[in-house]
Design a protein around this ligand. Sequence first.
Ligand code: ADP
Ligand code: MG
Length: 390
Amino acid sequence: MKTIKDINIQNKKVIIRCDFNVPIKNGVITDDNRIKESLKTITYALEQNSKIILLSHLGRVKDEESKKSKTLQPVALRLSELLKKEINFINETRGTKLENAVNNLKSGEIILVENTRVEDFPEKLESKNNPELANYWASLGEIFINDAFGTAHRAHASNVGIASHLESGIGFLIEKELEAMKLLENPKRPFTVILGGSKVSDKIGLIENLVKTADYILIGGGMANTFIKAKGYEMGKSLLDLESLDFCRKILSEYSEKLIIPVDFKGSIEVSNESTVQNCNYNEITEDFIALDVGNKTVELFNEFLTKSETIVWNGPVGMFELSNYAGGSKEIATHLKNIKKITIIGGGDTAAAVIGFGLKEAFTHISTGGGATIEMLEGKVLPGIEVIK
Ligand code: ADP
Ligand code: MG
């Protein structure tokens, strides 16, 4: 597969598909990791004196309101700060303003085009890989570089569509992500996966594939509640995913020795930092208890399995880490992973944000920028955004 280094991009118009899909609250970017991870490719293209056209999506656009609110403007500002360079932000995804900007683009200059998913309303042109749209975007450049790992599991106009019209390669970020995933093809064993997050239903495909390849699966987060319930215990007012109960029962009975579920929880009577934190054993949960983190004994149990593992993948925080009272389980596990120095890969946007927030970024072998893309790779699926370049 061609990478950006295999293509002569000098003084050429290069379209780089980035993944700038970052969380933004009230116009402020709350986690800029994905922007930072895109810098290597952009900087390289600048060094090659390319004329750079950046494309990315941001969230979902499904009405007139989100067409305006899901703007990449804050990304343009942050990117400009990080690169210490002017970014010409074009608040359109097609038209004369964009075309003029592209025609006037000089070597070493950067244009950022508005959120590609503006093209998803009223019709899903971007997300359905509309050929006319892909052709139009491709007509703006000479070379296409895909560096949006987080979108690689989707066949959209801005990643798959464009690539079929132009000489294409992958950027440094996708290259790094694929190298990290290679560590999992023949993992050093024991190979252990920590799974968390809120719902089982989001991760059924992942669990089905991992029970075949992993030695242990440690289950935390909201999804653990449904497993406890499937064993016949009550979870009070905790988040449950009742439609996944049968799946949990089945997988527990088939893989009882691989699936490690919590033995205790931290929680309270409300989802906030205001009320007192209680630690409850799994079989003693009261009617009004809401489980919000794994308990102390569970952290110890999980850490024992991690100590004897050689390769560890982590997808999904084991607690509601956004509330400081319930970040402890994830933080203790992250700290333990730092100390035991094994091959450690983080897949999942929230998990990445959590460990970076704990100041433990350097402790991991690799922190993936892909949530869904990483999951689909772990499920054994091919990623269309990468296939098209092959
Ligand atoms: P990732 O983005 O890393 O794949 P997910 O999106 O699957 O992770 O899950 C992250 C979400 O799971 C977080 O918003 C977190 O608050 C939530 N979560 C974790 N534990 C619980 C819990 N016990 N109850 C409810 N939500 C939880
Ligand atoms: Mg998430």
